[in-house]
Design a binder for this molecule. Structure first.
Ligand code: ZN
Ligand code: ZN
Length: 256
């Protein structure tokens, strides 16, 4: 299992960080988690073939998490010389149905070569040998976090989220937790976590490795985010960078 950070940023434009998106790759399948503005460009820069993406999981409908989705559907439908055959699965909150049917299908024709399989509010899904569970988060009315469980590895994405018991339960025992760490300690905004809160979440959920992401532009250095986080969590802490790749194999998570 391999995680590529496509965008470790937020709604605030940044030359360093693209808006939210992650790619989870397996031997045969590729899943996108969120698809913020700039995702298609980041996919190209990462060297991943966008045509091989099987499914997109949207955490919530804020534009920094979803606004490149019309572009992805367009690219899969209109790349010259490419005819997609396999379906594209879209998962997300109920509002994703509105976004697909009333926005995307108003911009584009329904793809005629391949099927879009849209599932909203999935509590539990079994897809490509993965068990995927979602949980409500404290952020927007319908925001969710996702847990991806293969036969031997667990990766959890908080999406945008404040600390909650539901999130601790969802992240329980994860090998890798990708957490919303929007602002440093002292600059807390409701609906997002600070490094200390991410550390508390990782500690209570007993995760192995914590990846701090969804980072707003700041002068506070990454080392300070890690220090604040480590006051509450003794496991491995990494500050996400765009195009960072984490290989999740054995008990090791290696970065390249
Ligand atoms: Zn966001
Ligand atoms: Zn948000």
């Amino acid at each position: 299992m391999k995680l590529t950070v496509l965008g470790s940023g937020t709604c605030v434009p940044s030359a360093k960080r693209s808006a939210s998106s992650y790619l989870l790759s397996f031997t045969n399948n590729r899943l996108l988690i969120d698809c913020g503005p700039g995702t298609l460009r980041q996919i190209a820069l990462s060297g991943v073939d966008y045509r091989k993406i099987d499914a997109v999981f949207i955490t919530h409908l804020h534009p920094d998490h979803v606004s490149d989705l019309p572009g992805l559907v367009h690219a899969l439908s209109a790349t010259p010389g490419f005819k997609r055959k396999k379906p594209l699965y879209l998962f997300g909150p109920e509002k994703l149905r509105w976004f697909y049917e009333d926005v995307i299908l108003n911009l584009l024709r329904e793809p005629d070569e391949f099927k879009i399989v849209l599932k909203t509010c999935p509590k539990k899904v079994h897809l490509f040998d993965l068990d995927i569970v979602s949980a409500k988060t404290l952020h927007s009315p319908d925001s969710v976090a996702y847990r991806f469980e293969s036969k031997d590895k667990v990766v959890v994405f908080t999406g945008d989220a404040d600390l909650s018991e539901e999130l601790i339960e969802l992240a329980s025992g994860a090998d890798l937790l990708v957490a919303d760490c929007s602002f440093p300690d002292g600059l807390k905004k409701q609906g997002h976590m600070t490094p200390s809160e991410c550390g508390k979440l990782a500690n209570k959920a007993n995760v192995s490795t914590l990846l701090l992401s969804h980072l707003y532009p700041t002068d506070v250095p990454s080392s300070e985010f890690i220090r604040q986080c480590k006051q509450h969590f003794s496991g491995k802490v990494i500050v996400a960078e765009d195009l960072m790749v984490l290989k999740i194999q054995g008990i090791l998570i290696t970065i390249s």
